[in-house]
Design a protein around this ligand. Structure first.
Ligand code: ADP
Length: 151
């Protein structure tokens, strides 16, 4: 079974993330969306909210699972028996950052990182831009799946 994890903060899930996940489904038998928990990081949405947005967005997709993890991503891969890490690339900044992480992960383990290029029209979407729009009272709904709504 070709199992990949798609790690991230998902604070919150965006149409950029869901595009990578939908396209990743065609490459893998199972994708575990792995929500990273970092005690030092301040999030806009609680872990429960971030989890709910993702679980409801993919409730009809049996190949998608959602879990949380702490610590090294490669250790989590071993724990869940995943051989691949799926990541998205938006721009040269992402490439440089991801390259260093992928090389490090390769040094620490046998796990391969598979990159999908952002879809045209989605490259500008990021969770931090969505958070900014929300903070300033703008209409964020065209940037996120329908399941991401502030109550
Ligand atoms: P992190 O906290 O690790 O940056 P994010 O939740 O921001 O995690 O993103 C998780 C993954 O989704 C990363 O690989 C990131 O490059 C990818 N991603 C985010 N937005 C987009 C987008 N608009 N197009 C393609 N990939 C994206």
């Amino acid at each position: 079974m070709r199992r990949a994890i798609f790690p991230g903060s998902f604070d919150p899930l965006t149409l950029g993330h869901s595009d990578i996940i939908q396209r990743g489904i065609t490459l893998f038998d199972e994708i575990i969306i792995a929500i990273g928990v970092n005690a030092d990081k301040k999030y806009m949405f609680s872990l429960e909210e971030r989890m709910k947005f993702i679980v409801t967005a993919f409730k009809d997709e049996p190949k998608i699972k959602v879990l949380t993890y702490e610590g090294l991503t490669v250790d989590f891969c071993k724990k869940v028996d995943a051989d691949f890490i799926l990541r998205g690339l938006r721009n040269p900044g992402d490439f440089e950052f991801e390259k260093a992480i992928a090389h490090t992960n390769r040094k620490l383990s046998e796990i391969e990182t598979v990159f999908l290029l952002t879809s045209s029209g989605k490259s500008y979407i990021s969770s931090s831009i969505v958070r900014d729009v929300i903070r300033n009272g703008g209409d964020y709904t065209s940037l996120v799946p329908d399941t991401v709504r502030i109550s």
